[in-house]
Each structure stands twice: as structure tokens, then as C-alpha cells.
Design a protein around this ligand. Structure first.
Ligand code: HEC
Ligand code: HEC
Ligand code: HEC
Ligand code: HEC
Length: 253
């Protein structure tokens, strides 16, 4: 009974939360996080197997990340095995959150919080189908995938990792950190972030500060801003950076 209530609440929340915005919703064809077999226009999708004649994974959408049963505590009703990779994070000669004077306040290091959920696929080594619970099967089985290069099976992974050379995440963006950035390093940041731009409950910047895993809510045409959280680049970047770093604002590109 409790499962049913949790699941019903979860789905209502999801439907209301996912209905606004500019890009394809996760339930629509073309959304790259819709891995159902029928979503033929994307590079990676589930592959039906003969293991189970009902082929649930060919029509479901949420199962690749969420499950009402046997979920992991790592995220909301989370259905994925955790990444075990050790990551190198973004660094540069001008970055201060990695400086000894700031590192204990910023806690910049390995990915944590919800960024680890993204990296359970975006680490380039964990199988896309490595889930805990597959509906209608007695034992959890990895879901078979297929990619645009013709690789198939339970071991298909993303071809590359998105962490080491991307905008820093999983560091604290707290008033302490911003004070030190300002007073010790002479850098100009807004605190708290403007435009309702989100850090997590522990005030850490995460992948979800810039990306919404369900839908691209940008008002800039896709695919320039894949799974963009909302608004324009400036709305999000300018929420913290009083001056976006120059000469190259996107050194991770
Ligand atoms: C590719 C992975 C992925 C798929 C597929 C996916 N989600 Fe999520 N979902 C996430 C992640 C990651 C979070 C955690 C976001 C966070 O903590 O900020 C999340 C969070 C949620 C939440 C909590 C509220 C929120 O938005 O943070 C709800 C509700 C939800 N998902 C519903 C769904 C439903 C319903 C589906 C199927 C239509 C679905 N999701 C498919 C990755 C996914
Ligand atoms: C179930 C595995 C899975 C999870 C979990 C997941 N992704 Fe993805 N994501 C993918 C795949 C597969 C693609 C398609 C990549 C491609 O076509 O090259 C993708 C595409 C993307 C893209 C668009 C890339 C492009 O080339 O257009 C972004 C941005 C992205 N994911 C961000 C995230 C973020 C942020 C999270 C966590 C909040 C997340 N993803 C969680 C598997 C996942
Ligand atoms: C500061 C905002 C920001 C954060 C935080 C962020 N991204 Fe991105 N991401 C972007 C922008 C901007 C682009 C588009 C860049 C481009 O067009 O090359 C992008 C592109 C991507 C892409 C597609 C191109 C690529 O580089 O592979 C993926 C996948 C992706 N992000 C995943 C993630 C994941 C996973 C995280 C967390 C580890 C994350 N992003 C954190 C802003 C961000
Ligand atoms: C939640 C606040 C926040 C948001 C939103 C944000 N940033 Fe950042 N960004 C930071 C902080 C803090 C640093 C680390 C600054 C330091 O250590 O000197 C940083 C670092 C950077 C760096 C590396 C600077 C260097 O010296 O190597 C670049 C470039 C950058 N951000 C650009 C962007 C862009 C472009 C966006 C939007 C796509 C964005 N940021 C969104 C807070 C944010």
C-alpha cells in the first residue's frame, strides 16, 4: 500500500513538473533520455530481448532511472547501480575553489549528490542498462541497449565521460565560499544565486544547476542547450558570475 501511495504521488509530481518549457518532454520521441525502443531517432535506446515476452523495457521510460521497488537511497526512487570510477575534476591556473585557501570551505573533490546519478551513465564505463529492478522479471537483470554504431547487449556504455573537462560541480556555493572568493581572491560573485538558480540542499552546485534531466527548458533553440534547466545561458551563468570569465567562457567545450 505504501508503495502505491509513493508511486502515485511521484507520478503526479512528475506530470505537473514536466509539463512546462520549450524542449521535448521525456515522454516524447526525440528526447535523448527517453530510452524506450520505439524512440528510434536517438543514438542510444533499449533493445528488446527474448528473455521476457512482455518486453517491458521497450515501452517504459522511467525504469532506466527510477523504480518504485528496491530503489537505491542515492536518489529519488533511484534504480541505477552507482558509478565506481575515480574522477579527475576540472582545473585551471585561475580556478580558486581548488586552492588550499578555499578547498576546505568549497569541499571541491570527487562528484557527490545528484551529480553521481548522472555519472552512473555519463562516466563512460557503467552500462546504460545497469538497473536494480526490471519490471515483470523475478531477478534484476541489466537491460540490453543498442547504440548508433551498432553495439548491442547489456554492456553498452556511453562513448565518453562528462566530468573532468566540464564546468566544476559538487563544490559548495555558500556565503563562506563566496566571501573567500571575494575577499581573498578579488572575484565578483552573486550570493545567493539570482533567478532561482538551484544549488542542492547542502548548497552544492551540481549538474542539475544547469541541466534538467527530464526536459530541455531553454528558450534558446535545441540542441545548443541540451537538457538546459531554464531560460538562457545568461540567466543561469549570470546568476552567480557577476562577470562571466573571459576570454573563453566555455573552456570545457
Ligand atoms: C536519464 C535518467 C532519468 C529518467 C529516464 C527519468 N528521470 Fe526522473 N530524475 C532523474 C534524476 C537524475 C533526478 C534527480 C534530480 C535532482 O536530484 O535534482 C530525477 C528526479 C525525479 C523526480 C523528483 C523531482 C525532481 O524533478 O527532481 C521525479 C518526480 C521524477 N524524476 C520523475 C520521473 C518520471 C515520471 C520519469 C519517466 C517519465 C523520469 N523521472 C525519468 C533522472 C531521470
Ligand atoms: C540512464 C543513463 C543516463 C543518466 C542517468 C543520465 N543520462 Fe544524460 N544521457 C544519456 C544518454 C545515453 C544520452 C545520449 C548521448 C548521445 O546521444 O550521445 C544522454 C544525453 C545527455 C545530454 C545531451 C547530450 C547531447 O549530446 O545532446 C545531457 C546534457 C545530459 N545527458 C545530461 C545529463 C544529466 C545532467 C544527468 C543527471 C541529472 C543525466 N544526463 C543522467 C544517459 C543518461
Ligand atoms: C555551469 C553549467 C553546467 C553544469 C554545472 C554542467 N553542465 Fe553540462 N553543459 C553545459 C553547457 C553550457 C553545455 C553545452 C556546451 C556545448 O555546447 O558544448 C553542456 C553540455 C553537456 C553535454 C553534451 C556535450 C558534452 O560535453 O558531452 C553533456 C552530456 C553534459 N553537459 C552533461 C553534464 C553533466 C553530467 C554534468 C555534471 C557532471 C554537467 N553537464 C554539468 C553546462 C553545464
Ligand atoms: C551556482 C553558481 C554558478 C553558476 C550558475 C555558474 N558558475 Fe561558473 N563557476 C562558479 C564558481 C564558484 C566557479 C569557481 C571560481 C573559482 O574558483 O575561481 C566557477 C568557474 C567557472 C569557470 C572557470 C574559471 C576558471 O578560472 O577556470 C568558467 C569558465 C565558468 N565558471 C563559466 C560559467 C558559465 C559559462 C556558466 C553558465 C553556463 C556558469 N559558469 C555557471 C559558479 C557558477
Amino acid at each position: 500500500m505504501r508503495f502505491l501511495i509513493i508511486t502515485a504521488g511521484f507520478i503526479i509530481l512528475a506530470v505537473s513538473g514536466l509539463s512546462e518549457g520549450a524542449g521535448k518532454r521525456i515522454s516524447e520521441n526525440g528526447n535523448k533520455h527517453n530510452f524506450s525502443y520505439s524512440n528510434i531517432s536517438v543514438n542510444y535506446r533499449a533493445l528488446p530481448t527474448n528473455d521476457d515476452p512482455r518486453l517491458p523495457q521497450s515501452s517504459q521510460i522511467c525504469v532506466f532511472c527510477h523504480t518504485p521497488h528496491h530503489a537505491s537511497a542515492e536518489g529519488p526512487l533511484w534504480n541505477r547501480k552507482a558509478t565506481t570510477k575515480t574522477f579527475k575534476h576540472y582545473s585551471s591556473t585561475t580556478l580558486s575553489i581548488d586552492d588550499p585557501a578555499l578547498r576546505s570551505a568549497s569541499e571541491y573533490g570527487q562528484p557527490n549528490g545528484s551529480s553521481r546519478l548522472c555519472l552512473s551513465c555519463h562516466d563512460g564505463v557503467t552500462a546504460l542498462g545497469a538497473v536494480f529492478s526490471t519490471p515483470f522479471t523475478m531477478t534484476p537483470q541489466p537491460i540490453h541497449f543498442t547504440d548508433s554504431k551498432g553495439n548491442t547487449g547489456p554492456g553498452v556504455t556511453l562513448a565518453y565521460e562528462t566530468f573532468s573537462s566540464h564546468h566544476p560541480v559538487s563544490f559548495k556555493y555558500s556565503s563562506d565560499v563566496v566571501n573567500i572568493l571575494q575577499n581573498t581572491f578579488g572575484k565578483n560573485y552573486f550570493y545567493p544565486p539570482l533567478n532561482n538558480v538551484k544549488t542542492d540542499k547542502l548548497e552544492r552546485m551540481q549538474c542539475t544547476t544547469c541541466h534538467d534531466p527530464h526536459q530541455d527548458k531553454s528558450n534558446v533553440p535545441s540542441p545548443t542547450t541540451p537538457f538546459w534547466a531554464a531560460g538562457t545561458y545568461d540567466d543561469i551563468c549570470g546568476a552567480c558570475h557577476n562577470v562571466v570569465p573571459s576570454p573563453n567562457p566555455y573552456p570545457w567545450k
